[in-house]
Design a protein around this ligand. Structure first.
Ligand code: MG
Length: 160
């Protein structure tokens, strides 16, 4: 069996009155992500980790922001496409560990829903998906509520 590790990172600005979507879940918030897509920073980091594990490039290469095809797109579509890409190369997800960095709102009430949503798109059990959240203790652009970031680590393994 062959294992591949992947890492992903993404940042989006936040603005008043925009929707906040994380891990495929709409989260009530006065501020949301500025983006070409739905701005799901968590799924974008995860896609980058999946593609990066197989050295295939990044989300911008697969789904260019210059394309109208991806305007306001549901990022779960990008996640499913990324999964298809790794699956076609003979790999499945072993597990993923994800961290969202934002000052507010608290997202842990939505953790279970995010995990089950991601697990569905990656054809795995929920206990293979970890979603964590942290603030920056009010430091920097995240602490000022100007932006949101996410980190993703994945381990892929060859299909049995
Ligand atoms: Mg992004």
């Amino acid at each position: 069996m062959d294992y591949r590790i992947g890492f992903g990172y993404d940042v989006h600005p936040l603005e008043d009155g925009l929707p906040l979507v994380l891990g495929g879940v709409r989260i009530p918030s006065p501020r949301g992500s500025v983006a070409h897509s739905d701005g799901d920073v968590l799924i974008h980091a995860l896609c980058d980790a999946l593609l990066g594990a197989l050295a295939l490039g990044d989300i911008g290469k697969f789904f260019p922001e210059t394309s109208d095809l991806y305007k306001d797109i549901d990022s779960r579509i990008l996640l499913r496409e990324s999964y298809k890409t790794i699956s076609a190369r003979g790999y499945v997800l072993n597990n993923a560990d994800l961290t969202v960095v934002l000052q507010s709102p608290k997202i842990m009430p939505y953790e279970e829903k995010m995990r089950s949503t991601i697990a569905k798109d990656l054809h795995c059990r929920e206990d293979m998906i970890s979603v964590k959240a942290t603030t920056t203790e009010r430091l920097g652009y995240v602490g000022r509520g100007e932006g949101i970031s996410a980190y993703a680590t994945v381990l892929l393994k060859t299909k049995e």
